[in-house]
Write a protein that binds this ligand. Structure first.
Ligand code: MRU
Length: 363
């Protein structure tokens, strides 16, 4: 069973409430941009691509509530909603990518036919959702050859179906290899403070019948030293033009450990996670979260109340530690600045050929 992380019901956005997993699979409906903002901020919907899709639907919900009859007034409202949704979380660039794409649709039309504009926006949000499935399947197909039967993969946080519309990025690679009949074993970092690995990745892998072993984050070095990891694959929240990659806090440490143990370290992400406007990882804004996420596990206090806490949600892995970036356009290898730009060129050609923003996955 692979639940749909985000759905459009025609009136509302329906998401899996990821804060309730693994105990309960509960769906949550959002019918206003405020509810979407809150769902993103509280990590009820999370993972870079999923946040982007949710934001696109937030625009549709906001547009629908507008009573504007003139294009100028409608756009003023829409810009306000986009800015508001963009303030939900700062690091995953997919959020801003999706908002820009939605605003682009409204900006191109310049018509007073507001109902038609609303319809076009809804269509675009659905297109973003559908493309995510195509892109994630392509990532899986491109990445699967990196795994042989008997490979053991170590992953961090959750870059599975729950972090996208349905298939995932890093886990799409694992799912594709598994579907090809290869025997794959996954070591899952629990991923403190919010335990996305333990709660979500372990749950997804077990649902798919893929053997998985949960480890605390501080066990990764030992598992590597014991020779039990063939490859590390994680997702990404933002990739700079030079390949430096922001992902869940702890990813940088894993990349350094992988280098020390001569284990290949890969990132799996759609090209919508690449921010060409950012030249290096130094410019990536890192979200700082509530100190109580570290002082507590769930509702349980595990540290003295009021103890000083540092809680960055993401870190940046320098490109030099990344063996390749698995995208829908294939695996991008160093030198990244040149090859990332090339991958965007390839995508533009695919776009012209297929009339869509993503190429069809190779089977
Ligand atoms: O804070 P989160 O849970 O949204 O962080 C998610 C990650 O870091 C994922 O690895 C990343 O978004 C890639 S998801 C395909």
């Amino acid at each position: 069973m692979r639940p749909k992380t985000i759905e459009w019901t025609g009136k509302k956005m329906r998401i899996v409430d990821q804060t309730r997993l693994p105990e309960r699979l509960v769906y949550l409906d959002c019918s206003t941009p405020q509810q979407v903002w809150r769902a993103i901020r509280r990590l009820e919907v999370r993972g870079a691509p999923a946040i982007g899709i949710a934001a696109a639907m937030g625009i549709v919900l906001g547009a629908r509530r507008s009573r504007a009859v003139r294009y100028k007034n409608f756009m003023k409202e829409l810009r306000g909603i986009a800015q508001y949704l963009g303030s939900a979380r700062p690091t995953a660039v997919n959020l801003f990518w999706a908002l820009k794409r939605m605003m682009g649709v409204a900006e191109r039309e310049k018509i007073d036919d507001i109902p038609l504009l609303k319809e076009r926006l809804e269509r675009e949000a659905l297109k973003i959702l559908e493309e995510d499935n195509i892109v994630c399947s392509a990532i899986g197909q491109h990445g699967a050859p990196l795994l042989k039967s008997g490979s053991t993969v170590l992953t961090h946080c959750n870059a599975g179906g729950l972090a996208t519309a349905e298939y995932g990025t890093a886990l799409s690679v694992v799912f594709a290899a598994h579907e090809q009949g290869k025997k794959i074993h996954v070591f899952v970092d629990e991923t403190r403070p919010l335990l996305q690995g333990a709660r979500l990745t372990a749950w997804e892998l077990m649902n798919q019948g893929i053997p998985a072993t949960l480890i605390c984050d501080n066990m990764a070095a030992t598992v590597m030293a014991e020779g039990r990891v063939s490859i590390v694959v994680t997702g990404a929240d933002r990739i700079a033009a030079n390949g430096d990659t922001a992902n869940k806090i702890g990813t940088y440490g894993l990349a350094r450990l992988a280098a020390a143990h001569r284990i290949p370290f890969y990132i799996a992400a759609p090209l919508s996670t690449v921010d060409l406007e950012i030249s290096s990882g130094k410019e990536i804004p890192i979200e700082q979260r509530d100190p109580d996420e570290v002082r507590k596990i769930g509702d349980r206090q595990i540290a003295p109340r009021g103890v000083d806490v540092y809680n960055p949600a993401f870190d940046v892995t320098p490109a030099q530690f990344i063996k390749g970036i698995i995208t829908e356009a294939g695996i991008i290898r160093p030198p990244y600045r040149r090859n990332i730009a090339k991958a965007f060129g390839k995508k533009r050609i695919q776009l012209r050929k297929t009339g869509s923003a993503a190429g069809k996955p190779k089977n």
